[in-house]
Design a protein around this ligand. Structure first.
Ligand SMILES: [Zn+2]
Length: 184
């Protein structure tokens, strides 16, 4: 099987951390993992805890920006974000059920505490949560920049209180009226 990432290496059978079956590129060091192999291993070792690489360096990780081709089907693979915080994306071939990890990305997953849930990263549910989390984070950023920390905290508390009141419509009207004691 030829490597579709670097186009110069060959994907050779290997074991990730000596644990589960994969294929590793002889040239770029990327890994091709079948979800099936990972899940089979996980079912047999449900309590395995992954340890972080002691000499792990974020800068050493490569990330392919352009779309990759699946080494098995030859079709385009889909990119999936690993976490809301990280810009790193792994490549997934849905038709084959395979994941491509660039060199170092397995260590990134371990350091993020996500190695044991590798198969879940590519599920719809996982992706939905990331979208939700990042939009919440970006809204918070916008409000913080607008109101400042003390102002934001205060208005948040005020809104929470307001939303609980049975007569909240009247309270909001009072708040929004420039002079609530004048008829005009
Ligand atoms: Zn390669």
């Amino acid at each position: 099987m030829n490597c579709t990432q670097c186009s110069s290496g060959v994907l050779k059978p290997s074991f990730i951390d000596g644990l589960f079956r994969a294929h590793t590129c002889t040239h770029c060091g990327g890994n091709w993992i079948l979800i099936e192999d990972f899940v089979t291993w996980k079912e047999r070792n449900p309590d395995h805890e992954f340890t972080e690489e002691p000499d792990w360096q974020a800068e050493a990780i490569e990330d392919t920006r352009e779309a990759l081709l699946c080494p098995v089907s030859g079709g385009f693979m889909t990119k999936f974000k690993i976490t809301a915080q990280s810009e790193h994306r792994i490549d997934y071939s849905a038709s084959v059920g395979g994941i491509w990890l660039d060199k170092g990305e397995w260590d990134l997953l371990k350091s993020a505490g996500l190695a044991s849930t590798l198969n879940r990263i590519v599920t719809r549910h996982w992706q939905r949560n990331i979208v939700k989390e990042s939009s919440k984070e970006s809204f918070e950023g916008i409000y913080l920049a607008k109101f400042g920390q003390p102002g934001y905290e205060k208005i948040k508390a005020m809104k929470a209180w307001l939303d609980e009141q049975p007569n909240k419509a009247d309270l909001r009207a009072y708040l929004l009226t420039k002079d609530p004691y004048s008829l005009f």
